[in-house]
Write a new protein. Structure first.
Lengths: 609, 359
């Protein structure tokens, strides 16, 4: 304590540098956090308040800034040693970690559509002062974030109840929940329902293999348990509503629902930056040139560059989407962030280099769906109509590639190693193909691939299958993915002599249940003084490969399964991105240098000292 | 042999290897003659063969899975966890060399065998859990079709499983310390607070299921059993002095092997996200959970370097770091912020054979 508080004068009369300990460092950080919160509060109100109130906030803002400049002017060494203290730095890392923990333990608001600043306070006061009045837009929006549409998994209340349910469920569950008995997760009942599967699983295993049988059993159990859990979570939401609301109000006041955009969290990153800056280059430049220090310097310089880039990115970034159909030209894009009134906002494209407007044209787009082979085992139903032999919600389907070998229908007594009654091999597979001729049954007879380089041509896939039943001579069949194509009937005898009938349908999976296999857009950048604009740049975008033009990045982000001409193009303007990426590489390479390269070359490690 | 068969084979190798290494380890702690020592040393040399063999079968399984799903097998937990166990086996072999375990003699060699036994046992439990997961192979959505998909996840897995091993090593230290405090309380008194801390910490992982029981009370009881055997020998638990002296370096070196890969995994995630969405860091809850784990280890490293936190203080942080990694890897889906995560792909309420269930 003595060491913490005494700013002792040496015998020479010069003040000795203050030694920051964990305790004093924590106190210093808490004071800084409070200061940042005040500064942010006054700063925001200075910008948004009207009339005289604005002056009041501006003056308060000014006086809040004063101590900072005072410290820098009159106690420079004191402030400098604070940032340079390793103990303060470690504490700061701990607080950054705690902030991140709050971020994952408290449901976060959507940064592009945050709840209004006054929303929680007005909703909190609503019951007392205006009971019966219609809710304002702010109140409705706040409530929607808090409670969603009832059982909405993206609501604050549901997310917190979900977390508490699973956390407390691990340590005594029902003691905490005290829910109606009718909501209990009845394992006996779940098992009773699953027992219905027992008769079918051996048949599914023998017919389709072990993986599908395990998947059905596993998903069914998890699904039934999750449904029961979710009913209980919904009940807990209602039961704990008052407590969850109180927590929500507190979380809003402390910015726990927007941690990563809060003033206090930003301050911790600023302290990290200053701490790293004041430590990395201490001791003179000669020290930094020692080979043993390279890893350290690269890593810490990387952190500095990274935080700087992130700061500039946060100040100037714009993110949004450009919705285009093939042939359309877009001059402006829609920001992801909505206006405070909840309206869509649009921004024009302005070049980074000269501020001149430009436009984007969609020349071509195609979403290439996964090509799948449906395997439909059928039987004659009660009314002599064909029906699926296995009453699964979705009949088995296989993704197709050249060389794929599929086996079906082994003996129930030996479902793993028994001889399959049906074997299918994909001999050839063209993602895009043209059927040249058909046989008398109207199945493709001759097929040619479409030039694979032309991703955008509308052509359906085709596959040549070799089908072998009951060990007989294999038959070869071409199947086309044309939506008009018929399924191929196959019949054979099961291992125990029963007749089997199945249909094979090869198709593009356009159900929309999963994202496409690949999607690409061809874009042109148009720039010019008049409507007759010149194409000054063309390029192709796909996921993981974007188009970069004059400070802007365009990347493939969505499509519409019902509109093959539509392409959703993500738009990003981030002036700090290059710096961040450089920082990333430096941190990664620096860490590898420190921990893996240095020890190998020096044959010793600091840990051993 | 398909992926599933090869995983079952790896499970058998791990289980048998764990039993063998545990037996050899226990024998090291028993009194023996010189001839016995030589025999035991030969038998001990075989221990390392099990993680090596398990690595081969596990890697073969991953290759087989690649051809079953035609992409790097790291999309579902059925694929990612075995990738992790493969990196764990690889890490064991690397650590064996880095820590110089092959040079150890006597009880120290027994300690090395115990260490390998626990890793193999952990792998066996993990693989038996995996075999009950949904094995459906899923196509990669566009965002995952990237070269980062393999390097990012593999680096993470290597980092995670190596740092798990560091956690096991640190926890083993406290477990033996606990028992020596009981068996030799006069010579090595230990404050009651530390007893309570260790005892309580053994209970903390129990709610996490079989893994938790194995890691917490399981290792504590195993250490108790070995300590009891040691107490019957002439030197009692004198070997613990040597271990205690070297335990800080031991755990530190494991950290040194794992941390660069954890960092590489984290950073590659940012580089990949930048390519996919031009958004290098979206404060997605999975990203943040991984960052928290990374910060644990960053704090450990800095406290050790500059605040002199050597020995047990640092090892406690390693244990907490392991817990954080486990939460990130396995319990992430229960966090409130995971509800809107880009890393959440599954509809848990799906029941694929509704009409086949009993009414």
């Amino acid at each position: 304590m003595e060491r913490e508080t005494n700013n002792i004068l040496r015998s020479t009369g010069k003040p000795r540098a203050f030694t920051w300990t964990f305790k004093s460092g924590l106190l210093g950080l808490i004071v800084l956090i409070a200061w940042a919160e005040l500064l942010g509060h006054f700063g925001r109100h200075t910008m948004s308040a009207q009339g005289d109130a604005r002056w009041g906030y501006a003056i308060a803002f000014f006086f809040t800034l004063l101590p900072f400049f005072g410290l820098l002017s009159f106690r420079t060494a004191f402030a400098f040693h604070f940032f340079r203290s390793i103990k303060v730095g470690v504490l700061n890392l701990v607080l950054i970690g705690l902030g991140a923990m709050i971020g994952v333990l408290v449901h976060q608001e959507n940064v592009d559509n945050p709840i209004p600043a006054s929303g929680v306070a007005s909703l909190n006061a609503w019951e007392e002062i205006a009971s019966g009045e219609t809710w304002s837009y702010e109140q409705q929006k706040t409530w929607f974030f808090y409670a969603g549409g009832g059982g909405n998994s993206s609501s604050f209340r549901n997310a917190q109840a979900f977390f508490l349910y699973h956390l407390l469920g691990k340590v005594g569950g029902d003691l905490w929940f005290n829910l109606d008995e009718s909501l209990d997760v009845n394992q006996v009942e779940i098992q009773r329902r699953l027992d219905g599967l027992v008769d079918h699983i051996p048949g599914i295993r023998a017919r389709f293999g072990e993986d599908l049988a395990v998947a059905i059993a596993s998903q069914s159990r998890v699904g039934l348990e999750t449904r029961a859990d979710n009913r209980r979570i919904s009940a807990l939401e209602e039961k704990w509503n008052d407590s969850l609301w109180s927590f929500f109000v507190l979380a809003d006041r402390l910015d726990f629902i927007r941690v990563y955009r809060s003033d206090w969290y930003s301050l911790l990153w600023a302290v990290l930056f200053l701490g790293v800056l004041s430590n990395t280059f201490r001791g003179g430049w000669r020290r930094l040139l020692k080979p043993g220090k390279w890893g350290f310097v690269i890593t810490h310089s990387g952190i500095l560059i990274l935080v700087t880039g992130a700061f500039f990115g946060r100040m100037g970034e714009m993110r949004g989407i450009l919705n285009l159909r093939v042939g359309d030209v877009g001059h402006e894009f829609q920001l992801y962030a909505l206006s405070p009134e909840g309206r869509a906002q649009f921004r024009p494209f302005l070049g980074d280099s000269d501020g001149a407007p430009f436009a984007l044209k969609l020349d071509a787009f195609r979403a290439d769906q996964h090509d799948v082979l449906d395997v439909w085992y059928v039987k004659e139903g009660a009314d002599h109509k064909l029906e699926y032999e296995f009453a699964l919600d979705a009949q088995p389907k296989e993704r197709v590639w050249q060389g794929l070998h599929l086996t079906y229908d082994r003996p129930i007594s030996d479902p793993i190693d028994g001889t399959p009654a049906l074997e299918i091999t994909v001999l050839e597979y063209f993602p895009q193909a043209k059927v040249l001729s058909f046989n008398e049954s109207l199945f493709p007879q001759k097929v040619d691939p479409v030039n694979a380089a032309d991703f955008y041509s509308v052509a359906f896939p085709a596959a040549l299958l070799r089908i072998q039943t009951n060990g007989t001579t294999p038959q070869e069949h071409w199947l086309s993915g044309d939506p008009e194509a018929k399924p191929l009937p196959v019949s054979y005898l099961s291992p125990d002599g029963e007749p089997r009938l199945l249909y094979l349908l090869f198709r593009e999976d356009t159900s929309g249940q999963s994202l496409p296999f690949e999607w690409r857009s061809k874009l042109s950048v148009l720039r010019g003084p008049s409507t007759a604009k010149d194409v000054i740049r063309s390029g192709e975008i796909r996921v993981n490969d974007y188009l970069h033009y004059d400070g802007w990045r365009f990347f493939q982000t969505s499509h519409d399964p019902n509109d093959p001409k539509y392409s959703g193009i993500g738009v990003v303007y981030d002036p700090g991105m290059e710096a961040v990426l450089l920082g990333f590489w430096m941190v990664m390479l620096g860490t590898i240098t420190v921990f893996l390269v240095n020890p190998i070359f020096t044959r010793k490690h600091r840990g051993t000292s | 042999m398909d992926y599933r068969n090869l995983l079952e084979l790896t499970l058998k190798v791990s289980t048998f290897g764990a039993a063998y290494a545990l037996l050899i380890s226990i024998l090291w702690f028993l009194p023996r003659r010189n001839k016995g020592e030589a025999l035991l040393e030969k038998a001990s040399k075989l221990v390392l063969g099990f993680p090596a063999l398990a690595l081969v079968t596990n890697l073969t399984a991953q290759i087989a899975r690649y051809f079953e799903v035609m992409h790097w097998p790291a999309q579902t937990m059925y694929e990612v966890i075995p990738l992790g166990t493969a990196t764990g086996f690889l890490s064991t072999l690397i650590l064996y060399a880095v820590l110089g375990l092959h040079k150890q003699k006597g009880v120290a060699r027994g300690f090395a065998d115990l260490f390998v036994a626990l890793i193999l046992l952990g792998a066996a439990f993990t693989l038996s859990y995996v075999l009950n997961l949904d094995p459906t192979g899923k196509p990669l959505p566009p965002a995952l079709q990237s070269y980062w998909f393999s390097t990012h996840i593999t680096a993470y897995m290597f980092g995670y499983f190596t740092l798990f091993i560091a956690t096991i090593a640190a926890w083993l230290h406290f477990c033996f310390k606990f028992w020596r405090g009981i068996f030799q309380s006069k010579d090595y008194p230990m404050p009651a607070s530390k007893f309570w801390a260790i005892g309580l910490f053994a209970l903390v992982p129990i709610p996490f299921g079989m893994h938790g029981i194995l890691l917490g009370p399981g290792i504590l009881l195993l250490a108790g059993f070995i300590s009891t055997l040691s107490m019957k020998t002439e030197n009692k638990m004198a070997w613990f002095d040597a271990w205690e002296k070297g335990s800080d370096r031991f755990t530190w070196l494991i950290f040194v092997v794992g941390f660069p890969f954890l960092t590489a995994g984290l950073i590659q995630g940012g580089l990949w996200a930048q390519e996919a969405w031009a958004l290098y860091w979206g404060w997605d809850s999975k990203e943040v959970s991984a960052l928290i784990s990374w910060l644990f280890y960053l704090v450990y490293m800095h406290l050790r370097f500059v605040a002199g936190w050597r020995g047990e203080k640092g090892m406690w942080i390693l244990i907490l770091g392991g817990l954080s990694v486990y939460i990130t890897f396995q319990l992430f889906g229960y966090l409130p912020a995971s509800q809107n995560s880009l890393h959440r792909y599954t509809d848990m309420e799906n029941v694929p054979a509704q009409r086949l269930l009993a009414d």
